[in-house]
Design a protein around this ligand. Structure first.
Ligand SMILES: CC(C)(COP(=O)(O)OP(=O)(O)OC[C@H]1O[C@@H](n2cnc3c(N)ncnc32)[C@H](O)[C@@H]1OP(=O)(O)O)[C@@H](O)C(=O)NCCC(=O)NCCS
Length: 160
């Protein structure tokens, strides 16, 4: 049984920081040329019993919530879906009608994941990852499936 909660203890915050640094190669995430630091974002942690199994980070603006990162400790076990549902509920409850995000052009698994959950590709930001790499050199040049990583794909879901 999976449950999703905001961080409640310093240990939650420390765990989130470790996951972010391990999974995203540092303290900063880039999207559409903007830097995002974890401390500035809202976090949600997925729990299976007493074990932390997922982390999502998002931020809210008047025109919608941006899902900045989402990570499942174990893939294909429903953790990502539960976190995505939780963020959509939070956004709706905050009066926001849209969730958007970017992912890199190599992340075919994420593209499948989001599109099967109602997200549409609304823009391709050609060369955005190349530009982000100039500011964050830890972004790899070659990504999943040995695909060269150059571009950001922007997806959105309109919430009803
Ligand atoms: C993208 C991600 C968050 C999805 O989370 P998840 O917990 O694997 O998602 P779910 O289990 O809810 O669903 C994953 C889908 O892949 C399928 N799947 C099965 N085995 C899988 C596996 N070994 N790996 C990945 N997906 C698998 C699931 O059945 C499901 O399929 P569906 O879309 O047909 O329903 C997760 O894979 C992840 O952490 N990826 C690395 C970080 C990342 O790329 N984040 C997104 C960009 S910000």
């Amino acid at each position: 049984m999976l449950q999703v909660h905001p961080p409640g203890t310093p240990a939650d915050g420390m765990w989130a920081g470790v996951v972010w640094r391990q999974e995203w190669g540092g303290d900063v995430m880039m999207s559409k040329g903007q830097r995002h630091y974890m401390v500035d974002l809202h976090l949600l942690i997925a729990w299976r019993g007493s074990e932390r199994v997922g982390l999502a980070a998002y931020r809210c603006e008047a025109n919608g919530a941006e899902l900045v990162s989402i990570n499942a400790v174990e893939k294909g076990a429903g953790i990502g879906s539960v976190m995505l549902d939780a963020i959509e509920r939070v956004a709706l409850a905050s009066g926001l009608a849209r969730i958007w995000l970017v992912t890199s052009n190599d992340n075919l698994d994420a593209l499948r994941f989001y599109q099967r959950r109602g997200y549409r590709i609304v823009a391709v930001h050609k060369g955005a990852v190349d530009r982000a790499r100039e500011l964050k050199p830890s972004i790899p040049c070659e990504g999943l499936y040995n695909i060269p990583v150059h571009d950001e794909l922007e997806l959105e879901k309109l919430l009803t």
